[in-house]
Design a protein around this ligand. Structure first.
Ligand code: DGL
Length: 265
């Protein structure tokens, strides 16, 4: 069981920000990453669609005998996790529900959240933070263009920078102490965001999330400590379009190109 894979999924390259953090603290685990690029973006899909996509991906991972599935997607964690959580034997880690306890314990009074439409409309972050501290004021703001900006490497173009500035200014009017990047695509915009606002205001949930998963696997005695594996990548549409960011390639194989395997679910 310890050597069994850990499945990670998201709609596209966003969840690689979580994979990157997991790989940093547990490099010896056997990772399978699935990017559901055919159905991207998830941010405006219906609840039924998101449950169906997630179920297909869980089944794909179940068939590969995973010991755990990491829902490295805020949107499906917010919408599909509650429906699917009892249906599988492996561990399931949803990003939103796994990190809010730690953030709520920091005693912040005002927290901002950037996320997709679905995550914002469901108040996934506000509800989860309030479970641990109902005094926190939470302002959630959808940034529907940001996933496209990241997936298509458009972040340095002027229209994108204008869009990022506009959303950030709306957020800063709320005067938050911290801003959670509540969509796994958004940490890829951090280099721009940090020029426009103070450096330490942003929370990349991947850092809390990876630590939570590490501790939980350790407690359950499920860590792999014996064998080394190369991560495997799967997508649901054209593999050539799936561009693994160079900082991640650098970490895993010294910058060699990886073409993921295309899977039809
Ligand atoms: N990156 C995902 C999330 O964390 C989904 C983004 C999308 O496909 O809209 O919510």
């Amino acid at each position: 069981m310890n050597n069994s894979p850990i499945g990670i999924f998201d709609s596209g390259i966003g969840g690689l920000s979580v994979f990157s953090e997991l790989f940093r603290i547990m490099p010896e685990e056997n990772y399978l990453y699935f990017g559901d690029t055919k159905n991207l973006p998830y941010g405006d899909k219906s609840k039924d669609e998101l449950i169906a996509f997630s179920k297909n991906i869980f089944d794909f991972f179940e068939y590969r005998n995973v010991k755990a599935v990491v829902m490295a997607c805020n949107t499906t964690s917010a919408i599909a996790y509650n429906v699917l959580k009892e249906k599988y034997d492996f561990k399931i880690y949803p990003i939103v529900q796994s990190i809010c306890k730690n953030i709520a314990q920091e005693n912040y009074k005002k927290i901002g959240v950037f996320a997709t439409h679905n995550t914002v409309e469901n108040h996934a972050y506000r509800n989860e933070l309030h479970k641990y501290n109902s005094d926190i004021e939470v302002f959630e703001l959808a940034c529907p263009d940001w996933v496209n900006i990241v997936e298509n490497s458009l972040k340095y173009n002027l229209v994108s920078i204008g869009n990022i500035k506009l959303q950030l200014n709306k957020m800063l009017e709320f005067n938050p102490e911290k801003i959670i990047l509540g969509c796994t695509h958004y940490p890829y915009l951090l280099d721009i965001l940090k020029i426009l606002a103070s450096d330490d205001i942003f929370i990349n949930p991947a850092e809390y999330f990876a630590l939570h998963i590490y501790k939980d696997l350790q407690e359950a005695d499920l860590l792999n400590t014996h064998q080394n594996f190369s991560p495997k990548f799967y997508v649901s549409s054209d593999p050539e379009q799936f561009k693994i960011p160079s900082e991640i390639l650098q970490k895993i194989n010294n910058n060699e190109k990886i073409i993921p395997i295309r899977i039809t679910l």
